[in-house]
Design a protein around this ligand. Structure first.
Ligand code: SAH
Length: 354
């Protein structure tokens, strides 16, 4: 049965895997004119078509050929859960029966989609649910794009996706090629048409990946998950730091700013008794001195498998005000979607474990 599915998967071309020139080439292989590629993309990315039958300006014979040779979606929506704050969480089934999650966050006029880039994660950060089952595999470009497409098609016609954050399951820069190709499709006029200023990549701090990204000419926002003011603490909660080291992360963050002129966002998951002392706040301010940045404080979202808790709201505020007194822009990220297991990797974990 599994083998049959894999065979089925192989014989189709998946449209969400293709950029425009590949789509044009594909249409040429079916002896269609070059403008067909753009027409098909417009149907999928603009008009929300989910089947070739809907593509009324494409000849029926060509639509039939498309239906035989390719498909629009390789993933299937499995569960949608909504929370009181209108956060919605989507669990998608992949062709190999793995699951990934993506989230829609609503904030005023902003509709942000949080996408996953891998099935699981190899980084093993000691508070994050995504790494508990380890890394199974990276997502292909289409599997990344389809998370956004499913949500776009789910939204009522008066609502639009305004922002994309790569903050779901997985380490985006450990899946570099597929993430960059997806970024270009998200950003392109012929694709989802979302501006680089409205796209954020969040990374644990993969040095080579950040450097490469700074040279892509894409100018997307970069968020770096710091979580500690020094190597002693970071080595414990973010094990990949033993190889990278804070100093190199700060250096490459400066490089990214110099190349893109985009302020760096440092994320700091604050955990009681681990990285939340006043001393930690002072040290953090010193570590980031002179870096063009802001800090996003994320109070820990407790994960059952770890015995960790967030500090009290007062302690979080005290931590922030020390940073602000040192001239750093610090904001506390409001928790969203808690009651739908929307914290990184939680919903998938519940499903894969059951
Ligand atoms: N691998 C990428 C994306 C991870 S998810 C990265 O490391 O940046 C986005 C953010 O959520 C990261 O900063 C991550 O450390 C944080 N996070 C993960 N689990 C969390 C939890 N239980 N509570 C609070 N923040 C969490």
């Amino acid at each position: 049965m599994k083998r049959k599915m894999a065979m089925d998967t192989l014989q189709f071309t998946s449209i969400t895997e293709l950029n425009l020139s590949e789509m044009v080439e594909f249409c040429a292989s079916l002896e269609g004119p070059s403008y067909r590629g753009e027409q098909i993309f417009s149907w999928i990315y603009n008009k929300g078509a989910t089947s070739f039958n809907q593509m009324s300006n494409i000849p029926v014979s060509f639509r039939e050929q498309l239906a035989v040779k390719c498909r629009i979606f390789q993933t299937k929506m499995h569960i949608i859960t909504a929370s009181k704050d209108k956060t919605e969480k989507f669990l998608l089934r992949l062709p190999d029966n793995n699951f990934i999650e993506c989230v829609l966050l609503r904030d005023g006029k902003r509709n942000t989609v949080c996408v996953s880039t891998q099935v699981g994660c190899a980084m093993d950060c000691k508070f994050c649910a995504s790494g508990i089952l380890g890394l199974k595999r990276s997502l292909n470009t289409g599997e990344i794009i389809e998370q956004i497409l499913h949500i776009k098609n789910h939204l009522p016609s008066n609502e639009h996706i305004t922002n994309i954050v790569f903050m779901g399951i997985g380490e985006p820069l450990a899946n570099y090629e597929n993430v960059i190709k997806a970024l270009r499709i998200i950003n392109a006029d012929w694709g989802l048409g979302i501006g680089a200023r409205n796209i954020t990549i969040s990374t644990v701090g993969v040095i080579d990946g950040i450097r490469r990204l700074s040279r892509e000419g894409l100018k997307v926002n970069l968020a770096i998950s710091l979580h500690a003011p020094n190597d002693a603490i970071r080595n414990i909660i973010v094990p990949s730091n033993k190889k990278t080291g804070l100093r190199n992360i700060i250096a490459v963050a400066r490089e990214y700013f110099n190349a893109t002129r985009r302020d760096i966002c440092f994320e700091y998951t604050i955990i009681e008794g681990i990285n939340d002392s006043k001393q930690d706040a002072k040290l953090l301010a010193q570590t980031l001195k002179g870096v063009q940045c802001n800090i996003n404080i994320l109070p820990l979202n407790p994960v059952k498998e770890y015995n960790l808790t967030p500090p009290s709201p007062e302690a979080v505020e005290a931590f922030c005000s020390i940073l602000r007194n040192h001239g750093i822009v610090a904001t506390v990220r409001q928790k969203k979607g808690n009651n739908v297991n929307a914290a990184c990797g939680q919903l998938r974990l519940r499903i894969q474990k059951s």
